[in-house]
Ligand binder design. Structure first.
Ligand code: GLU
Length: 470
């Protein structure tokens, strides 16, 4: 790689890290990793009325959970106000920006008028060439946009997109309260931070010609742009809370694996043949903008759930055991401070990872590995814990009690001998045992469960079931 690639993720901390933001962060991260470049995290907190510390922390928490690491930052734009003001002064001195004395009320009145007359809402340029300041007014600073010609955006995803300069507003770069505005700070920072590729949502494509004009005015090289297609809800409107959870950490709470969410997010816009499941190494290796489409993609929670199930199924049981512990705590299955034998837990996890779609499901189905059933499912009890099962269950208990080596195979032998002696089907004994051990009729292989919970626990639960039959 000849070029020293530098990219950035520049969230505004006016909310949690959401699905769209995380996808933008991911594509930046992937491109940086693919090129051996640098990933910068920059917090765009210039809107001090809507930005909060809590959201900054939440964004960082989301990035860390997704394991999207950055080399530089987090920088904060509020730490750099003096830098932006310096750049504004330079532009004013060079006549590339000017003071505007129009008040907010005047601008609003003109805006209303333009709308009423069906004209585009744009600044009319009346302060562009003022000879003297207007007394008693604190000015804002506007950028002197070229009025003729066109600005061409060469976008790595959208190709060539042209804009008529006549339609670009003389945008405010410094408000009358001395705070700089987004389109200006973003350019100054991308210049100062030597960003080579600006990768962001295509809702910013319309800002790009204005920013290109600012680069030109400041005399800096224009970076490459890649505007990512939007993410929509099932009704084809922009993804929002109406469509369900959009915050990344909500997916953590619901028991999603970070790798599964990453894999799902990357496919919102990027593809690589028909492949659906990728390791991070594969993603880093294959990532390119050529495979990013222009069309918006639809967020499909069912597909994400399916993918999560695939990841759980294929995960290393020891790793899954680690990941499920917080959920066991949350469900009250494990107490605070309780020591859990992690290699034992990994064995229990193996029996369930084929079926669990989330860590929440996995945790709750692990309950009977830790606790005797608090109650039996009514139907299951009526059907399987009754007079008919009493003798075979008793026989099984005796057989198990006599076992010296209590293993999967020896347990199976006890079952086989009860089955053969009584001329019954395996289900006629396995189901009552399952209800006795787990409280219900659905569980992994019963011999596995029995081996993992241990002889003492299994016998205690069978004994309890026998008592319940009466
Ligand atoms: N702060 C902007 C946003 O959150 C970032 C825009 C950009 O990446 O240039 O939308």
């Amino acid at each position: 790689m000849t070029e020293n690639v530098r990219v950035r993720f520049a969230p505004s901390p006016t909310g949690h890290l959401h699905i769209g933001g995380a996808r933008t962060a991911l594509f930046n991260w992937l491109y940086a990793r693919h090129c051996g470049g640098t990933f910068v995290l920059r917090i765009e907190d210039t809107d001090t009325t809507r930005s909060t510390e809590e959201y900054i922390e939440a964004i960082i928490e989301g990035m860390k959970w997704l394991d999207l690491s950055w080399e530089e930052g987090p920088f904060r734009q509020t730490d750099r106000f003096d830098v932006y003001r310096g750049y504004v002064r330079n532009l004013v001195q060079q006549g590339k920006a000017y003071y505007c004395y129009c008040s907010a009320e005047e601008l609003e009145a003109r805006r209303q008028e333009a709308m009423a007359q069906g004209r585009p809402v744009m600044y009319d340029g009346r302060c562009r060439d003022l000879a003297e300041p207007v007394p008693g007014r604190t000015p804002s600073v506007r950028f002197r946009m070229p009025r003729e010609g066109r600005t061409v955006v060469h976008d790595l995803i959208h190709g060539v997109v042209e804009f008529d300069n006549a339609q670009l507003d003389d945008l405010i770069i410094l408000r009358s309260d001395n705070t700089p505005t987004y389109n200006f700070t973003v350019v100054v920072d991308d210049v100062d931070m030597k960003i080579t590729h600006v990768i962001r949502g295509d809702d910013h494509l319309n800002n790009t010609p204005k920013q290109i004009q600012l680069y030109k005015a400041l005399g800096y090289e224009i970076p490459k742009f890649a505007h990512l297609p939007m993410i929509l809800g099932a009704d084809k409107t922009r993804l929002s809370k109406r469509h369900g959870a959009t915050s990344v950490m909500a997916y953590y709470e619901m028991g999603y694996l970070a790798d599964a969410l990453i894999n799902y997010l990357v496919r919102l816009g990027w593809s690589f043949g028909d492949q659906e499941v990728f390791t991070r190494e594969e993603l880093i290796g294959h990532f390119s903008f050529e495979n990013v489409g222009k069309a918006a993609s639809v967020f499909n929670p069912e597909k994400l759930l399916w993918l999560n199930g695939q990841y759980i199924m294929k995960s290393d049981p020891a790793k899954l055991a680690e990941l499920v512990v917080p959920f066991l705590l949350r469900e009250g299955i494990v107490g605070e401070g309780q020591q859990v034998d992690m290699s034992w837990l990994a064995k229990a996890v193996v029996t369930l990872q084929e079926r669990a779609k989330t860590l929440v499901e996995l945790a709750s189905s692990l309950r009977y590995f830790f606790h005797d059933p608090a109650a039996y499912d009514d139907k299951a009890k009526a059907k399987f814990l009754n007079e008919k099962s009493l003798p075979v269950l008793t026989e099984l208990r005796d057989g198990l009690t006599a076992l010296d080596d209590y293993t999967h195979d020896s347990i199976e032998k006890v079952f086989t001998s009860v089955v053969e002696k009584n001329g019954i089907k395996l289900g006629a004994i396995a189901q009552p045992v399952r209800v006795a051990l787990t409280g219900g009729t659905v569980s992994p292989g019963i011999f596995e469960v029995m081996e993992i919970i241990g002889k003492e626990t299994a016998l205690r639960r069978i004994e309890k079931a026998l008592l319940a039959i009466g």
